[in-house]
Design a protein around this ligand. Structure first.
Ligand SMILES: NC(=O)c1ccc[n+]([C@@H]2O[C@H](COP(=O)([O-])OP(=O)(O)OC[C@H]3O[C@@H](n4cnc5c(N)ncnc54)[C@H](O)[C@@H]3O)[C@@H](O)[C@H]2O)c1
Length: 435
């Protein structure tokens, strides 16, 4: 790490998770179990991946923490907010993602993670009926309460740094409003005027986190930090932001599979994706307004990999449809089907079918860990604003659309971006090779 000028990862890292549901508790339980040596954090890039640095005789394959100073699992202290009062142990048991034997050894630590009162508005997630929220609070009061929660947590646990991660329900779709979400001044005015229509509760969390000097990560498809006003705040506070929507099951497959079609110059006439899902996330997404937020995020993946303008013969007018169906018997075990209609030589049609029987929270938990640790790294490296190198972990990666930037959805291009950012932070040369 000779040339690396990232600040060391000293002291405790407070990880404040918004939402204490299936994803959050699977993440927390896995970290607590892993640090006792009772489980392995499989799927986590920061814990497993090795990447090349240097070339020729200087070539080495190193883990991320051998290149840049990373916080250790032992340094993490968890906190949470949720609409339901259940502690992380009760919530992990209720979620039924993990077996009892994988939760009980860390029961005490999980019981100590008790949700703080949520900044919540029933109109943003109609299917939730929990009572543990700041009743009657205006948007600005929410901000102030959340800022105090962050400060109190930091002091109580002696944390040197905080990261705030949204792993709460998907809110109803809030379209970007050019008069309100354009500047920090307008955003703050709307918060102070208690504008419930344009200020989602998630925006209060993001605003509070950034003002308290904590990176903010949006794990749901909410547009929360995907607006110029929040970019301005991230610049002002010199904090990193990342989002949106964890890239877990079907979209992971899509962003890894679509390049096969594109790279071989095959044509696409349609891609139909459907899912069944029975957890609380599935319940919330059964509400059309909440699903709209998810749909916008899921649809964006293909369009930037198989681009009609670049290849009109191959990708003009393909039909892309994404569906999520709430089906309780499967709980967190999502089943996804993809039917892909492609065409080849002289336009002859062919089909590909993919059936992915995945576990949603098992795929999301390592992304939570990586996004948290890499955002903390980015903050110590002095990086601020949208962290495009984290696109690898996200379904609908943020990019500055006001400057004509396009998102990178191609999994392997994202992987190169991830590694180059780590190389640069570690004082090595960036390059375009895939290893
Ligand atoms: N698991 C995946 O593969 C995956 C992938 C991408 C995105 N996500 C997103 O991650 C989020 C979490 O998923 P999950 O399966 O854990 O859902 P979940 O329903 O089990 O947990 C979400 C929790 O958030 C709480 N919540 C809702 N609004 C809140 C607020 N304003 N403040 C505090 N808490 C609030 C709910 O009460 C609930 O306990 C969802 O938005 C989901 O869309 C999940």
């Amino acid at each position: 790490m000779a040339k690396c000028n990232v600040k060391p990862a000293e002291g405790k890292l407070g990880v404040l998770v918004v939402g204490n549901g299936a994803v959050a508790t699977t993440f927390m339980t896995g970290v607590l179990m892993a640090r006792k040596g009772l489980a392995k954090p499989i799927g986590s890039m920061t814990q497993y991946d090795k990447m090349r640095v240097g070339e020729g005789a200087d070539k080495k394959y190193l883990h991320y923490d051998q290149i840049v100073p990373m916080a250790k699992l032992d340094d993490i202290v968890f906190g949470t907010w949720d609409v339901y009062p259940a502690n992380a142990f009760e919530s992990a048991m209720n979620a039924e993602v993990l077996k009892e034997k994988d939760i009980l050894p860390v029961k005490e630590e999980l019981e100590a993670i008790v949700p703080m009162k949520a900044a919540f508005d029933h109109n943003y997630a109609k299917r939730l009926d929990g009572e543990n929220y700041m009743k009657g609070a205006t948007r600005w009061e929410m901000v102030e309460n959340l800022r105090k929660d962050i400060r109190d947590f930091k002091a109580k646990h002696g944390c040197s740094r905080i990261v705030v991660l949204w792993a709460a329900s998907t809110e109803v779709y809030v379209p970007v409003n050019e008069q309100i979400h354009d500047t920090l001044e307008h955003l703050e005015a709307a918060m102070k005027a208690d504008d419930k229509e344009h200020i989602a509760p998630s925006m209060c969390y993001a605003y509070a986190a950034l003002q308290e000097g904590a990176p903010f990560i949006m794990g749901a498809p909410n547009t929360t930090v995907d607006i110029p006003a929040m970019w301005e705040l991230a610049e002002k506070t010199q904090m990193p932001i990342a989002g949106k929507d964890f890239k877990t099951g079907q979209t992971l497959v899509k962003s890894g599979f679509a390049p096969i079609i594109g790279t071989r110059c095959l044509g696409l006439s349609g891609w139909f994706s459907t899912n069944i899902l029975g957890n609380r996330d599935g319940l919330v997404l059964d509400e059309p307004a909440n699903f709209r937020t998810k749909e916008v995020s899921k649809l964006s993946t293909l369009e930037s990999i198989l681009v009609p303008e670049n290849q009109p013969d191959l990708y003009t007018d393909y039909f892309h449809k994404v569906r999520i169906n709430y089906y309780p018997p499967r709980n967190d075990n999502k089943e996804g089907w993809d039917n892909i209609d492609i065409f080849g030589w002289m336009g002859y049609p062919m089909q590909i079918k993919i059936n992915f029987l995945c576990r949603d929270s098992i795929l999301a938990a390592p992304l939570c860990l990586d996004l948290v640790l890499l955002s903390d790294l980015a903050a110590r490296a002095g990086r601020h604003g949208i962290q495009r190198f984290l696109s690898f972990f996200l379904k609908s990666p943020m990019h500055d659309y006001t400057k004509g930037e396009v998102p990178v959805n191609h999994l392997f291009q994202q992987y190169v971006m991830l590694k180059n950012a780590i190389r640069e932070m570690g004082g090595y040369e960036a390059d375009e090779a895939i290893d």
